[in-house]
Design a binder for this molecule. Structure first.
Ligand code: UDX
Length: 437
């Protein structure tokens, strides 16, 4: 099929390449010239495992091209809208200006029978509003809401073989004309048994908001348990193992630590609360305010614990922060708890060095006042205290005996509870986890 993908950020670029991998002829369109130039050269504008290789793989046979010109969408029968919906400045709600602009620009290039497929995360009600615009501007075309659930670091596998596909169509019916078109787009994952649910527009939009809210709640729940464990002298990692064995609960997303960050969960739960307020259902989501507060408190808690670890004062203390990305296998630093903690420690007088295998360039753009060092040994050399804040494999594998020789002090705070506490202690380290004795 001929497919256009409007918006080539994280979601759109990956989606475009994966659709080409599924055998379609795809054009990715974005107003950002640099991004299009980079993607056209088969180079990924961000780090995502396997993405560079995939771009080359699908561009060589000519199945994927990129353009800054929206008229390139003209020949396609399926148009995916994948633009960003950031948090509005100074407000909790989502900024829909990119979605609206994409729709407006696309309209003249949509033919009767085409489908316009929204993938961006939007407040409930957006799809129905866009469907009306489409009905007026491009009669005979259909609007589908098809939320995206990809995780950074696993974006390719999540797009090529998702856990489920959700199609939100105007009447919520399996017989809607757009359903069979989208089935053809996703023929490959559907043929391997990927479940597919057809819903109405608002349900499809809410599936995404509800899924992210549930995940955020799970993380904040275990982080709240970490506080109780700390007060009671218990171990939250063993607690999570034990409750996670109940398959109604499950162990995933029960890793206590410095909390969630990134370009999605924090902004999505806030936008969800804001939208519920507009709909008069704000009471239903007041718990998300607590989820958000628990999450943000993790960052100040880590600063306090670090101060304790440093003997009561941060002033002049040399701290090396291992990890800047909001999670491993990503160079994304949007709302990264690791960076936010590093910046707070620096503001309170510590001398902070940050290292990360992939995210230093992005980190330096966001917090230029911090010191960055790409080489792990150099970053650690002479440190009084280490903070492991993003659980990259190479940090999880650090040998406490080897590391001892380079540092000035044997103190480590394990912000992700991924190190073997007993091993580090036996090597003479003062080890501190979160919610662990
Ligand atoms: C998330 C959703 O998982 C995905 O479905 C949606 O499409 C976009 O938002 P992503 O932002 O890539 O994906 O990251 P995710 O893997 O969900 O992690 C989010 C944050 O939670 C990270 O900062 C991670 O470190 C943190 N986290 C995750 C925890 O602190 N504990 C956990 O147990 C799991």
């Amino acid at each position: 099929m001929r497919i256009s993908v409007i918006g080539c950020g994280y979601l759109g670029a990956v989606h475009a390449a994966c659709m080409a991998k599924l055998g379609h002829e795809v054009v990715g369109i974005d107003v950002d010239e640099l991004k299009i130039h980079t993607l056209s050269a088969a180079l990924a504008p961000f780090f995502e495992p396997g993405f560079d290789e995939l771009l080359k793989d699908v561009q060589e046979p000519g199945r994927l091209s990129f353009s800054t010109d929206i008229s390139a969408a003209s020949g396609s029968s399926v148009h995916f809208i994948c633009v960003g919906t950031p948090q509005k400045e100074g407000e909790n709600g989502a900024d829909l200006s990119h979605v609206d602009a994409a729709m407006e620009a696309l309209l003249p290039h949509v033919k009767p029978g085409d489908i316009v497929v929204g993938k961006s995360t939007v407040p409930v009600g957006t799809a129905s509003r866009l469907a009306e615009i489409l009905a007026t501007g491009a009669p005979g075309a259909h609007l589908v809401w098809n939320p995206e659930f990809l995780r950074e670091g696993h974006a390719l596998e999540d797009t090529l073989s998702p856990d489920r596909l959700v199609y939100g169509v105007a009447d919520g019916s399996e017989d809607h004309a757009a359903v069979s078109v989208l089935d053809e787009v996703y023929a490959a994952p559907l043929s391997t048994g990927t479940p597919r649910l057809v819903t109405d527009h608002p349900t499809a939009e809410l599936v995404k908001a509800a899924a992210n809210s549930f995940l955020a709640t799970k993380i904040s729940f275990i982080n709240a348990m970490a506080d109780v464990c700390e007060a009671a002298g218990a171990d939250v990692t063993r607690l999570a193992d034990a409750i996670g064995l109940d398959d109604r609960i499950g162990r995933k997303f029960l890793s206590a630590g410095i909390g969630f960050g990134g370009g999605c969960l924090p902004k999505d739960i806030r936008a969800f609360m804001a939208r519920a307020g507009e709909l008069g259902a704000d009471q239903a989501l007041t718990f998300l305010r607590e989820v958000d507060s628990i999450n943000m408190r993790r960052r100040s808690r880590v600063v306090e614990l670090t101060r304790e670890l440093c003997g009561g004062s941060l002033l002049g203390h040399r701290i090396t922060v291992l990890g800047a990305a909001f999670k491993p296998e990503s160079d994304d630093v949007r709302d990264s708890p690791a960076l936010s903690i590093a910046a707070q420690l620096q503001l309170q007088g510590a001398v902070v060095t940050v290292t990360d295998p992939k995210a230093l360039e992005n980190a330096a753009r966001r917090f230029p006042e911090l010191r960055y060092e790409a080489d792990l040994d150099t970053a650690i050399a002479g440190a009084d205290t280490l903070l492991l804040l993003t659980e990259w494999q190479q940090y999880k594998e650090l040998d406490p005996f080897e590391v001892s020789s380079g540092v000035a002090g044997l103190r480590i705070l394990d912000g992700r509870n991924v190190l073997d506490a007993a091993k580090w202690r036996s090597a003479g380290w003062h080890y501190r986890g979160l919610g662990r004795p």
